[in-house]
Write a protein that binds this ligand. Structure first.
Ligand code: ADP
Ligand code: MG
Length: 342
């Protein structure tokens, strides 16, 4: 056996990239979450070749100070937490400080930003570039406000990964699904999506009903049941799809915990249970629901992609979800207890 040695930072980042950025859609998620954490109200997303050739996000958020620009691309560098206490009650989408470092290690990346320090807009914008982890010095750049980030040729120089990328159409579909989740969770933010130079979507800022109608469908919102239930520090709100609108797939199931799209067994089980008596057993409910709870009651630091969470009191959550949802569903299904959808 050879002697033990420390891995280079570059290699560490590339290994982490395998976990954080599985494909263009996961890189895009990191970029968009950063823009949302920066308080952006308007996001423009430009993709080429399903995101494999280009992922570009233009935001109007708070920007990054020149002196922090290079640090933003370093691993374990974050402005979002500073202590264990912060970690326990994290309120931002990001906090691990590894998104940009990971992406920068497996692509050519350019990050341009103009810092807005509580209304004090800095005189210049600055840009840093990184080519597979090798960083160039910051240079002045032109940008009205916010941050613009471009990721070119993600994984093109990492053959082991590149071969796992699917067709452009499939990668685009993953990106589009990712954008929809973030757009549903942030109806107050305008999203514009362009793919291969063609406009795909523009969702104006509005409320949840408007956003859900644009993404899940008019029918879903029109027939859906508004939910807003609270118990202690738990709140469940959003739209529960009408049982008459059963789907053959789970594509229209959106569940968010403290603003974060999650896939969770406890949640899935509770929702299935609540719909059990009103939905044909072969069908899947449509829903767009938001669970809010004290950040200390949920651990989001389970996996690098943060799609899994762990509830501190999962039994209480389970019961709360079933009770709240059953109550909401009972309102419309009274008198029509079982609805068999053909
Ligand atoms: P994390 O989001 O976990 O902090 P990232 O690697 O994704 O880690 O980003 C590192 C840091 O760069 C963030 O903490 C933030 O300060 C800054 N940053 C990244 N993207 C943006 C953006 N679009 N607007 C403002 N700041 C950003
Ligand atoms: Mg991040």
């Amino acid at each position: 056996m050879p002697r033990i040695q420390l891995l280079s930072d570059h290699l560490v980042n590339q290994i982490a990239a395998g976990e954080v950025v599985e494909r263009p859609a996961s890189a895009l998620k990191e970029l968009l979450e950063n823009s949302l954490d920066a308080g952006s109200k308007n996001l423009q997303i430009e993709l080429q070749a399903g995101g494999t050739k280009l992922l570009k996000v233009i935001d109007d958020g708070c920007g990054i100070a020149k002196d922090d620009l290079e640090l933003a691309l370093h691993r374990h560098a974050t402005s979002k937490i500073a202590s264990m206490e912060d970690l326990a009650r994290v309120g931002t989408l990001g906090f691990r400080g590894e998104g940009l470092a990971s992406i920068a290690s497996v692509s050519r990346l350019s990050l341009t930003s103009r810092f807005n320090d509580n209304g004090q807009i800095s005189q210049y914008a600055w840009r840093v570039e990184a080519d597979h982890g090798r960083m160039l010095d910051p240079e002045p750049a032109a940008l009205a406000a916010g941050t613009t980030i471009e990721v070119h040729e993600l994984y093109h120089q990492v053959p082991a990964r590149k071969k796992f990328l699917k067709s452009d159409a499939t990668e685009y579909a993953h990106c589009a699904a990712m954008i929809e989740r973030l757009a549903l969770a942030n109806p107050q933010v305008q999203f514009t999506v362009i793919h291969n130079g063609r406009a795909q979507n523009r969702w104006q800022a509005g409320d949840l009903n408007k956003r859900a109608a644009a993404i899940i469908g008019e029918e879903f919102v029109k027939t859906g049941i508004p939910v807003d239930e609270g118990f202690g520090n738990l709140r469940l709100y959003g739209i529960a799809g009408s049982p008459t609108l059963g789907k053959s797939s789970r594509d229209a199931q959106f569940f968010f915990v403290n603003g974060r799209f999650v896939r969770d067994k406890v949640v899935q089980h509770a929702l299935r249970e609540a719909y059990r008596d009103v939905l044909h057993h072969n069908m899947h409910a449509a829903f767009c629901l938001f669970l809010e709870l004290d950040p200390e009651g949920v651990d989001v630091n389970v996996h690098p992609t943060k799609i899994e969470v762990r509830f501190r009191e999962s039994q209480a959550i389970y019961r709360f979800l079933i009770t709240s949802l059953s109550k909401a569903l009972a309102k419309t299904t009274a008198g029509a207890a079982t609805q068999d959808t053909p």
